[in-house]
Ligand binder design. Structure first.
Ligand code: GDP
Ligand code: IMO
Ligand code: MG
Length: 431
């Protein structure tokens, strides 16, 4: 019986990971975040209540669930405690005592959003369209081995020395390269000192906690952030985020061994969205795309930006299936396509030289492709809230079956609305 289940995005983020992570958490004792930071925005809808979690694992909504933040996550103390405050004010119980942090987490400090802003300005028309949270610069400092980690808060003399060295370098760039205001030592210290003791009290060995849970039969859910094509290695580089969003990132980012992952559930919308710049072969810059954006409320949960919309891309999906070892798919937001005359699926890419490719390229500059579409008749009836496959309109059933066939992996869950119960369950990932 699967003990460790991964939920991750298979497109460009915002697939509906939050809804599914929340649903599956009723079965799990622990939810783990392994990468990303407060660039994520996962929406959970319970009754008439909507909660957006950013850095905190979505397990926090279930009162007995332990929430782990692994060393692959970049942690902004201000964002973390801001979110803890909001969740506590919203009435969730024991929020702070149920969140445990790895001491290896990179600290995202006020200097990082400043560099993020400066770097985006410098990129000009080639801007990535980041969330502006400082995620990329924080990972840069980590990889360059000049970053600060949560564990450094244990020894403030070491912390202060490292911080001075970091600011020496970053402020040089802010002043002389980015033409942006510098960030003072005091500003950074003021962002960590008031919460230092609280953070130290939250430290745990995340890897060991996950391993022990396995031995005790406690189920663990790994909650991915972003999506496969925002992955730093496999995404549409350089229009990507700065972490490994694919399944492998769960292991490196949490210390769970590679063979400990039992089931990988890929989350995908039955169409595609992307927020920020970069290639998007099936993008619809017309009233069809506008209709999807309106009906799907496709506006970013973190920045409020309108999301770009387009048809389902089975070429990209096949790569997501391979890279992530997907066990199954959860297909989301079926109801958004209700009422359309036709629905299309991209089955191949036509390259500028006329050849047809069934695999997506790696780099953004190679994405001058024309999608090859298969068209299917749409359905006029509402699918909103339907909980049984057989009760879906026949054309919706056919569309879903075709997505399954072209993607090359079975469908375990179909979502027909934002709420927990607006779901068709075909296979239980934990069973
Ligand atoms: P995440 O980042 O992957 O967790 O996704 P987001 O929360 O950023 O965006 C997904 C949005 O779609 C949220 O507003 C969800 O409430 C909403 N949602 C999820 N599933 C469905 C569904 O089946 N139908 C509709 N209409 N909305 C959904
Ligand atoms: P969730 O977890 C959608 C995008 C940004 C930008 C690129 C780099 O809610 O699915 P970054 O700030 O990470 O350096 O931005 O990645 N991006 C997301 N898009 N959903 C997200 O998270 C995202 N997190 C980052 O828009 O294009
Ligand atoms: Mg989101």
């Amino acid at each position: 019986m699967p003990n460790n289940v991964v939920v991750l995005g298979t497109q460009w983020g915002d697939e509906g990971k939050g809804k599914i992570a929340d649903l599956l958490t009723s079965r799990a004792g622990i939810v783990v975040r392994s990468q990303g930071g407060n660039n994520a925005g996962h929406t959970l809808v319970v009754g008439d209540r909507k909660v957006v979690v950013r850095l905190v694992p979505s397990g926090i909504l279930h009162k007995d669930c332990l929430c782990l933040i692994g060393s692959g996550v970049v942690v902004s103390p201000e964002a973390l405690f801001g979110e803890i405050g909001e969740l506590t004010a919203a009435g969730f119980e024991n929020v702070e005592s149920r969140i445990k942090l790895s001491e290896g987490c990179a600290l995202l400090l006020p200097v990082h959003p400043a560099i993020d802003r400066g770097a985006e300005k410098k990129r000009g028309k080639n801007a990535i369209g980041t969330t502006g949270r400082g995620i990329g610069p924080c990972y840069e400092d980590k990889v360059a081995r000049r970053g600060l980690r949560i564990g450094d808060l244990k020894n403030m003399s070491v912390f202060e020395d490292k911080l001075r060295a970091l600011l020496d370098y970053r402020n040089f760039l802010l002043k002389h390269y980015y033409d942006e205001p510098e960030v003072s030592f005091e500003t950074v210290m003021n962002s960590v000192l008031p919460v230092r003791e609280r953070m130290l009290a939250m430290l745990t060995d995340v890897s060991d906690t996950i391993a022990k849970a396995g031995k005790q039969g406690v189920k663990v859910l790994f909650e991915g952030a972003q999506g496969t094509f925002l992955d730093i290695d496999y995404g549409t580089y350089p229009y990507v985020t700065s972490s490994n969003t694919v399944a492998g990132g769960c292991c490196t980012g949490s210390g769970a061994g590679p063979l400990s992952l039992d089931y990988v559930l890929g989350i995908a919308k039955v169409y595609t969205t992307r927020v920020g710049g970069g290639p998007f072969p099936t993008e619809l810059n017309d009233e069809v795309g506008e209709g999807i954006r309106k009906r799907g409320h496709e506006f970013g949960a973190v920045t409020g930006r309108p999301r770009r919309t387009g048809w389902y891309d089975a070429v990209a999906m096949r790569r997501a299936v391979t890279i992530n070892s997907l066990s199954a798919l959860a297909l989301m937001k079926l109801d958004v396509l209700d009422g359309m005359d036709e629905v299309k699926i991209c089955t191949a890419y036509r390259l500028p030289d006329g050849t047809v490719s069934e695999l997506p390229p790696f780099a953004a500059y190679e994405y001058e492709v024309e999608p090859v579409y298969e068209s299917m008749p749409g359905w006029k009836e509402s699918t909103f809230g339907i909980t049984e496959f057989d009760r879906l309109p026949v054309n919706a059933q056919r569309y879903l079956k075709r997505l399954e066939e072209l993607s090359g992996v079975k469908v375990a869950i179909i979502s027909t609305g934002p709420e927990r119960n607006q779901t068709i369950h075909l296979e239980d990932p934990f069973a």
